[in-house]
Design a protein around this ligand. Structure first.
Ligand code: NAP
Length: 327
């Protein structure tokens, strides 16, 4: 089978296609024939060698994907060959035609959801749900500012927040991205590259502030988030790429909180409930990933480069082959 193999940490050029022997699951594992893989920022942090926890080399990148069950180990119950699934992690990496998973890492993919859409779910939708409802404790009728809403996690958060009856305020850095946010039903949309937009956010709440902020770039925004919070409000830090200075008095005045969210630390029971809720939303149609671009496996480097450029407007997905089976 074809796989991306990283033999040294480094830039996009270390993502090389290799032919390797087919994988075989252990008795408690499943073999998945992948159709698509989701490309996430964390894949690039790991590839560059800058992430806190690194795999041993060589390795295959990727945590998200969608495909069909190709084989199940003798101890695995409840899955049949050809069953459509999406992944939230794997043991061997998803930038490949096959991967090995534990049963807890696969989830049913409803027939009306494409494999491209299935590749957008594992990290982005689960993170958005965990950050909004478990760390941010957002409740129907409250307001949420999704700060960096045009990417994978942000668009998932917009859909989940709307579905839960929250008032959605969202930011994007490009006109295309902001138009997408409006089409997704965000009530107020702002340009996070425009000086003074923080004041416009406050004005659009008549000065009351927002209840929850989901923050995708805390090193840039955290200090300016705090004055946009309502009394008792909360910033949930989802993404950060460096250090930041804050004014603690802004927290005191509002009796506000700053919390982190890390999907890889979500308790198993919470994750199971999140994925079950995602299945409901996908089935009823209230959740629908936005795919911005699909690249072939050979262009994984290009896909990760596009991901890290400004101007997000949906998810970037790899098509990893295996087109014929299980559609
Ligand atoms: P993505 O698809 O690459 O999207 C990045 C987002 O950041 C885009 O919406 C982008 O907007 C926005 N952004 C750029 N400059 C910004 C600014 N000055 N202020 C606010 N937002 C800005 O990435 P993603 O998958 O959505 O992930 C978002 C972040 O969360 C990444 O840092 C990622 O590593 C992190 N993350 C964390 C977890 C966790 O468990 N904690 C899980 C998944 C992702 P424009 O392009 O429109 O400017």
């Amino acid at each position: 089978m074809r796989t991306i193999s990283v033999e040294n940490f480094g830039g996009p050029e270390v993502l090389q296609v290799r032919n390797v022997p087919d994988l075989k699951p252990e008795p408690d594992q499943l073999l998945i024939r992948l159709h698509t893989a989701g490309v996430n920022p964390v894949d690039t942090y790991i590839r560059s060698g800058s992430y806190a926890k690194l795999p041993s080399l060589p390795y295959t990148p990727g945590m998200d994907g969608a495909g069909v069950v190709q084989a199940a180990g003798s101890q695995v119950r409840g899955y049949r060959k050809g069953q459509r699934v999406y992944l939230s992690g794997s043991l061997t990496g998803t930038y490949a035609e096959q991967c090995i998973c534990l049963p807890t890492q696969i989830h049913p993919l409803p027939p009306q959801v494409s494999f491209e859409d299935g590749a957008c779910l594992g990290i982005p939708y689960a993170t958005a749900s965990y950050a909004l409802f478990h760390r941010g404790n957002a409740k129907r009728g409250q307001s949420v500012l999704i700060h960096g809403a045009t990417g994978g996690v942000g668009l998932a958060a917009v859909q989940l927040a709307r579905r839960a009856g929250l008032r959605v305020f969202a930011t994007g850095g490009s006109e295309t991205g902001r138009a997408l946010l409006r089409s997704q039903g965000a009530e107020h949309v702002f340009d996070h590259n425009q000086p003074g937009y923080h004041q416009s956010v406050l004005e659009s709440t008549s000065g009351a502030g927002v209840d929850v902020i989901l923050e995708m770039l805390a090193n840039v925004n955290l200090g300016r988030n705090l004055p946009m919070l309502a009394h008792g409000g909360c910033v949930v830090v989802v993404g950060s790429r460096g250090a930041v200075q804050i004014q603690p008095r802004d927290l005191m005045l509002r009796e506000a909180d700053i919390r982190g969210a890390m999907i890889l630390h979500a308790p198993p029971g919470v994750l199971a409930r999140i994925h079950s809720d995602l299945l409901s939303g996908l089935t009823e149609g209230s959740l629908k990933p936005v795919v911005r671009a699909v690249f072939p496996l050979e262009q994984a480097a290009l896909a990760t480069e596009m991901l890290m450029q400004p101007g997000a407007a949906g998810k970037i997905v790899l098509s990893v082959g295996a087109q014929a089976e299980g559609n």
